[in-house]
Design a protein around this ligand. Structure first.
Ligand code: HSE
Length: 443
């Protein structure tokens, strides 16, 4: 067998520790697959994180990132720094030095991937990023290689475990958002500053990557429409339940006649769909493609060992491909670099979806009739409508409406007219609804 491949890790925290642990624990099995051993010889970290037990005596520790990316003995750099500024700099430096890079950094790929892949292509090295989307789920490989025969129609994914955990708990325990967020922070699922998770930024990074490899388009993070879960009220979770739906925070990308839709937001999903039953911190990505039909990829979206599993799969891929001509490797973004197409991204006002609307109105004659008139004037067809009995003592009632598919700007126009009605107490709550069936793409 050839000499082992030498790896340097930038950032030996939880995920880095998990990666070294699995590499050592399964060393023989990994070498049988890769054709040679893969060993971490250098790591950059303030201190060793030994949450996962691994042998440290053969790992050279340093605090200088540049020492690793410039180290002549290292073949592959694993970038686990997080953030984008230093991570970008170190990744480009490693590439310039002819090193292959494996990263779990979704923000880095979503925002700087076009530049990084161009540099890697130029230099004939690989940049692998399986761990950037869906944690341990091999979704990049599934789309890029497993579905290579297919024209992909759409993908819809639960790609942020923190948001999914919060929505699951809100439904199961009938709790409100703030209480569950505090619990998620206590359990270590949500970070101290949870903004990226609960405002949809993390999911938007991941969706950018999925869309690029699904449709062969450049990475376009700045064009993703982003909505988080902070405005989801317990009553919406309950009404969804009553109507046979679950609210899931989804990243959705679709190929339509107008272009590519790129959006992350809370979504009503029929509760009979498998993906609607993905609970807690788990992730799942549902893909509709022309030859295979629907396929669903489910698993742990975070965590030291699952993320380590994805990183090591990339290390094995890179190791196997080392002797191949760089022009004949699997392209970074699934399609040949000169075959990417610049399809337009559909503005959010132009997307088509169904909608859940919740209105809080005075309990008086004619309000409901006015509301339905406005909807019909705007050519919005109603799928279901419920007026809830007023809670005792309250002067207002909740009216819940599900619409058929309509262009978003049309529903916005109708909402504006409804909010101007005499007797409306609060702003209308609007949540998009997707059936996630094969007909989802008839527009
Ligand atoms: N913060 C992410 C999540 C995990 O909550 O899913 C890492 O991508």
């Amino acid at each position: 067998m050839l000499n082992p491949i030498k790896v340097g890790i930038l950032g030996l925290g939880t995920v880095g520790g998990g990666t070294v642990h699995v590499l050592q624990q399964n060393a023989k099995e990994i070498a049988r697959r890769a054709g040679r051993g893969i060993i971490v010889t250098h790591a950059c970290a303030k201190e060793l994180n030994n949450t996962y037990s691994y042998q440290t005596d053969k790992i050279v520790l340093t605090k200088e990132l540049s020492e690793l990316v410039n180290h002549p003995e290292l073949d592959i750099i694993v970038e686990l720094l997080g953030g984008t500024a230093i991570a970008r700099e170190m990744t480009l430096q490693a590439i310039a030095n002819g090193k292959h890079v494996v990263t779990a950094n979704k923000a880095l790929i979503a925002k700087h991937g076009n530049e990084i892949f161009a540099a890697a292509q130029e230099k004939g090295v690989m940049v692998a990023f399986e761990a950037a989307v869906g944690g341990g789920i091999p979704i990049i490989k599934a789309i890029r290689e497993g579905l290579a025969a297919n024209k992909i129609k759409w993908a819809a994914g639960i790609i942020n475990g923190t948001s999914n955990f919060i929505l699951s708990e809100m439904r199961e325990k009938k709790s409100d958002f703030a209480d569950v967020l505090a619990e998620a922070q206590r359990l270590g699922y949500a970070e101290k500053d949870p903004t990226f998770d609960i405002e949809g930024v993390d999911a938007a990074h991941k969706l950018t990557i999925i869309a690029s490899i699904a449709f062969g388009i450049p990475l376009q993070f700045d064009k993703v429409y982003m909505e988080g879960i902070t405005n989801i009220a317990p009553e919406d979770v309950q009404y969804a339940n009553e109507l046979g739906y679950r609210i899931k925070h989804l990243g959705i990308t679709k190929r339509t006649k107008k272009g590519i839709e790129l959006r992350v937001h809370p979504t009503f999903v029929p509760n009979k769909r498998l993906i609607a039953n993905v609970e807690g911190v788990m992730n799942a990505i549902l893909i509709e493609s022309d030859a295979l039909g629907q396929s669903l990829y489910y698993g742990a979206g975070a965590g030291a060992l699952p993320t380590g599993s994805a990183i090591i799969a990339d290390l094995v891929d890179v190791t196997r491909a080392l002797t191949t001509d760089s022009d004949h490797r699997v392209p970074h973004l699934a399609f040949q670099a000169d075959a990417l197409s610049d399809l337009p991204i559909v503005p959010i006002e132009e997307i088509e979806a169904s909608y859940y609307l919740r209105l809080s109105a005075q309990d008086k004659l004619g309000v409901l009739a006015h509301v339905t008139n406005i909807l019909s004037e705007n050519a919005i067809s109603i799928e279901a409508i419920i007026q809830k009995e007023p809670i005792s003592g309250a002067e207002h009632v909740s009216i819940v409406i599900l619409t058929h598919q309509v262009v978003e700007k049309q529903i916005n126009k109708a909402i504006q007219a409804i909010e101007n009605l005499d007797g409306l107490m609060e702003k209308v709550i609007r949540i998009r609804l997707e059936m996630l069936n094969t007909e989802m793409l008839q527009n």
